[in-house]
Each structure stands twice: as structure tokens, then as C-alpha cells.
Design a binder for this molecule. Structure first.
Ligand SMILES: Nc1nc2c(c(=O)[nH]1)N[C@H]1C(S)=C(S)[C@@H](COP(=O)(O)O)O[C@H]1N2
Ligand SMILES: [Mo]
Length: 223
């Protein structure tokens, strides 16, 4: 049984010509795609939006819960970003719309000693990031892609978009932010992948291999 991280280490690197003007936007070891690959563990969730909530927990003055309506009533931001998946595809100029994390944070009563955030998502997914990284202008809680509501496969009703880190940090189907004073690894971060995941530094692997079962790695879907 070879884990996802081990298999990825052995995968051949595809080299494609990238125009000189955009070469600086494509990290080493990445190939550009015009399609939109779909990648996730487990099934696409179904929702009753009347019951959907986003829960704010951990190092906060008081645990709070947002409804979808409350988030939609907040100022909305549109952002065009390049995204990079650790499976070696990159997609340039992806257009997202949603609530900027930086706009949400002041409403959350986060304690000053907070340094890290665990993003909780449906389908047993979680991923950890430094709080500082979420405060970038291009980090969104996105509900739309390219002018249309997200499709369920791409994370509807709400996903995180953190363009400057490998795309596994951009959790789909998010349901909560847990603010933390100390770091803790998320799902892929416990399973052979890098804790921080900067694509321009090729921070793909942790160097540790805990051995995940075979998965659907090669059966890629896209739209
Ligand atoms: N909830 C959840 N979010 C997830 C994942 C997942 O397995 N579950 N996979 C991540 C990975 S590895 C990638 S590359 C992107 C893919 O997003 P896309 O399917 O919209 O391209 O979602 C990320 N978010
Ligand atoms: Mo990914």
C-alpha cells in the first residue's frame, strides 16, 4: 500500500512551455491547466441551508455561529487569483467572490494570543494555517466562482480560498474556524504533507509518512 504522499513523490514531473510573461506566476514543478480539476476526499455533501452554520470556536471571547444569510449580508469581495495544487496543476486568473476573511475577523472576538487557525470542513476534513496568512487581502470565504454560485463539487455553499498556499489549504464545505494559540496539524498535514505548503518553495511533503490507504488519486475529474 503506497500513501498519497509517497505516490506523488514518484510521479513524473510534466514540463510544459510557459510564456515568459507569466513564468514567474507558475511555481517550479507545476503544469498549467485551463480546466478545473475536482479533488477531494469522501463524497460531495448535501445541505439543508436552513440548518447550515459556520461556527467560530477556540481562542475567542465567546463561541459564535453565523448563518448563511448573515454572511451573504456582509460586504462582498471579488478577487482574481492563481491557484496551485500539490498534484502539480496550477490555474491562473481564477475569479472568486465572497467574504474577505480580514473583514470577518473583527466580528469574531478573537483573543490576542491567537496564532493559528484550524479550518473545519464537512466530510471529515480540516486544515491548519497561521492566522497571519488568512489576513491577506486575497483570502476569501467564497460562495461563487467565475460569476456563478459554486457547484457542490467545488465547495458550495462555502469554501476557503487561500491562493498563496497549495490548494489543499483551501478547504471546501467549510463549517468552522477554530482559533488556536498553538499549532496543530490538519488532515493532509498529518498524512505526509507539509505543514505550511508554500508552492513557490515547493513545500509539498513533511518528510514523514504515516501511510494512507490507496485512494482515487489518479482518477481525476474536472470541469
Ligand atoms: N472539504 C474538503 N476540502 C478540500 C479537499 C477535501 O478533500 N475536502 N481537498 C483539497 C484539495 S487537495 C484541493 S486541490 C482543492 C480542490 O478544489 P477543487 O476541487 O475545487 O479544484 O480542494 C481542497 N479542499
Ligand atoms: Mo490538492
Amino acid at each position: 500500500m503506497i500513501s498519497k504522499a509517497e505516490r506523488l513523490k514518484k510521479a513524473p514531473v510534466r514540463h510544459i512551455e510557459v510564456a515568459a510573461e507569466i513564468a514567474h506566476r507558475v511555481p517550479s514543478g507545476q503544469a498549467l491547466t485551463e480546466r478545473f480539476p475536482i479533488l477531494h476526499e469522501n463524497e460531495v455533501p448535501e445541505y439543508n441551508m436552513a440548518e447550515w452554520t459556520l461556527t467560530i470556536s477556540g481562542a475567542v471571547e465567546k463561541e459564535t455561529v453565523f448563518s448563511y444569510e448573515q454572511l451573504m449580508a456582509m460586504p462582498q469581495t471579488t478577487q482574481v487569483s492563481d491557484i496551485h495544487c500539490v498534484t502539480r496543476w496550477s490555474k491562473l486568473d481564477t475569479k472568486w467572490e465572497g467574504v474577505k476573511f480580514k473583514d470577518l475577523l473583527p466580528l469574531l472576538g478573537v483573543k490576542p494570543e491567537t496564532k493559528y487557525v484550524m479550518i473545519h470542513a464537512d466530510q471529515d476534513y480540516e486544515t491548519n494555517l497561521p492566522l497571519e496568512d488568512l489576513l491577506r487581502e486575497d483570502v476569501l470565504l467564497a460562495h461563487s466562482y467565475d460569476g456563478e454560485q459554486l457547484t457542490p463539487k467545488h465547495g458550495w455553499p462555502l469554501r476557503l480560498v487561500v491562493p498563496h498556499l497549495y490548494f489543499w489549504k483551501s478547504a471546501k464545505w467549510i463549517r468552522g474556524f477554530e482559533f488556536m494559540t498553538e499549532d496543530r496539524p490538519g488532515f493532509w498535514e498529518r498524512n505526509g504533507f507539509h505543514n505550511y505548503a508554500d508552492p513557490f518553495e515547493e513545500q509539498r511533503f513533511s518528510g514523514e509518512d504515516l501511510g494512507l490507504p490507496e485512494d482515487e488519486w489518479h482518477k481525476k475529474e474536472w470541469d
